[in-house]
Write a protein that binds this ligand. Structure first.
Ligand code: SAM
Ligand code: SF4
Length: 490
């Protein structure tokens, strides 16, 4: 083993929750690189284990404590063989529970909130001095500035050669590096939220809404494109609330930012997630009409179809407002795939309110949607409402809602059969001779095609569907644009 290998320390980051946590986990390993850490993909091999946690629902938070139980055994086994393993809790549980975590779980050496990852090397130095550290300041602007500096000074090429692995989100999506070349990447443009929906912890765990400056976003997007990334998904808890000052000195919204990103050579596909209906302005809707690289997919949660529940949730729009918005979006981009989030069993939700939710799913005709049982979150107004709904009713409503969502999803998937779509081929399929790509509507598409096509965008005729995949065949080389033909034969 060389001296430098001996000095190398290994960090394993386990990611829970949303794509923003996937992105943050990468930033954590970036921040730790100057302190001599490389990322590994299993806890057993690590000197430092960080759990990047989610606090959005009770179940998500509880998972963290059961994982800490497992890590306690791992840490003491390592100690018996003379090895020191440090354990840290990061993310939204860290922010929400802070010092309570070190009290409840003696295995934990450090607790670091989502806006303090740039401080990790300093925190680890304190831990090495024998302290248990809890760092939960809201320093989001400092975080953006410091992490940008680290990425720029390392001349980040989008592949981070010093990584041994990277983490996946709970949805199992690993957007980057499924293939050797990184094709698809997340890029955070906005963090936090000022909307204070009465069920939601985000304004408390992620803090006030902050937009990242245009210059930093463009620099990161250009670095990604130069490294061969073809699809970028802009991230934010309220991504369409993003705003900033453009290089022209004018106030820019997300629509204008997307238009500028669309000019970057090589960035063939743009997406953004998650949006709030109130921030969906005319410019952003027009971007769906005007930008060929803006994919026809929009995640626009409504949460409930009942005006009474929407008001109690403090969503500050009505069912009719939402449906009018959907009409405008569809007028701009008729083939758009719409996705949403729903909560059932919000305090006081009556059977009639719930039926309004079932009917809005059908009225919109979602291509996909996520649905959750309401989970009371400590510190949020709805958690202490008197009229909580019993668990069995929540479970029954969730099952009924999911049946309606599944039916809509099937209808959407079947509507794509016979169409020809541009697919970004990402990786080998499960069976020999098969490769898998992403459709513009985000669904995976399985195609019998040579592996040499991985990394390129090809035209595919959709022939059949299963519950969560499409199957297709190459539309034929004559259907491919010149650039793609060149890539296919390269
Ligand atoms: N900003 C997005 C919006 O306004 O729709 C949502 C972001 S939130 C991180 C993701 C989803 O988690 C929400 O859309 C909501 O459906 C769900 N969620 C949030 N708090 C919840 C709670 N207390 N119980 C159940 N689901 C919840
Ligand atoms: Fe949470 Fe979204 Fe509401 Fe903000 S807008 S409080 S992130 S659900």
């Amino acid at each position: 083993m060389s001296g430098s290998d001996r000095d190398l320390k290994r960090v394993f980051v386990k990611t829970y929750g949303c794509q923003m946590n996937v992105y943050d986990s990468e930033r954590m390993t970036d921040a730790l690189a100057p302190a001599g850490y490389v990322a590994v993909d299993n806890a057993e091999a690590a000197d430092l284990i960080l759990l990047n946690t989610c606090h959005i629902r009770e179940k998500a938070a509880e998972k963290v404590y059961s994982e800490l139980g497992r890590l306690r055994r791992l840490k003491s086994e390592a100690a018996e063989s003379g090895r020191t393993v440090l354990v840290g809790v990061a993310g939204c549980v860290a922010q929400a529970e802070g010092a309570e975590i070190v009290r409840r779980a003696p295995v934990v050496d450090l607790v670091v909130g989502p806006q303090s990852y740039q401080r990790l090397p300093g925190i680890l130095a304190e831990v090495a001095g024998g302290k248990r550290v809890v760092e939960t300041d809201f320093a989001v602007e400092e975080k953006f500035a410091v992490l940008d500096r680290i990425a720029t000074s390392r001349g980040e090429d989008g592949r981070r050669p010093d990584r041994e692995s990277q983490s996946r989100g709970e949805d199992g999506r690993r957007p980057d590096r499924e293939s050797k070349k990184r094709l698809s990447a997340f890029l955070t443009v906005q963090e936090g939220c000022d909307k204070f929906c009465t069920f939601c912890v985000v304004p408390y765990t992620r803090g006030a809404e902050v937009s990242r400056p245009v210059k930093a976003i463009l620099a990161e997007a250009e670095r990604l494109a130069a490294a061969g990334v073809r699809e970028v998904t802009l991230l934010g808890q309220n991504v369409n609330a993003w705003h900033g000052e453009g290089p022209d000195g004018r106030a820019w919204g997300l629509g204008r930012l997307l238009a500028r990103l669309a000019e970057i050579p090589g960035l063939d596909r743009l997406r953004y997630i998650t949006s709030h209906p109130r921030d969906m302005d005319g410019e952003l809707i027009a971007a769906h009409r005007d930008l060929a690289s803006l994919m026809p997919y929009l995640h626009l949660p409504v949460q409930s179809g009942s005006d009474r529940v929407l008001a109690a949730m403090n969503r500050r729009h009505t069912r009719a407002d939402y449906l009018r918005l959907i009409e405008r979006i569809r007028a701009a981009r008729p083939d758009i795939a719409l996705s949403g989030d729903f909560i059932v069993g919000f305090p006081g939700e009556s059977e009639a309110d719930f039926e309004d939710t079932l009917s809005i799913v059908e009225d919109v005709g979602y291509a996909s949607a996520f649905s959750f049982k309401y989970s009371p979150r400590p510190g949020t107004p709805a958690a202490t409402a008197a009229d909580q709904i019993e668990e069995s009713k929540k479970a029954d409503r969730l099952a009924r809602l999911q049946a309606v969502i599944d039916a809509c999803q099937k209808t959407f998937n079947h509507s794509t059969v016979g169409s020809t779509a541009e697919i970004l081929f990402e990786r080998r399929g499960r069976h020999a001779g098969q490769i898998v790509g992403r459709s513009p509507w985000l669904l995976p598409v399985q195609v019998e095609a040579p592996e040499t096509l991985i990394g390129s965008i090809g035209r595919v005729v959709i022939e059949s569907v299963s519950s969560n995949s499409l199957f297709g065949r190459l539309a034929g080389r004559e259907a491919m644009p010149d650039r793609l033909l060149a890539e296919a034969s390269a």
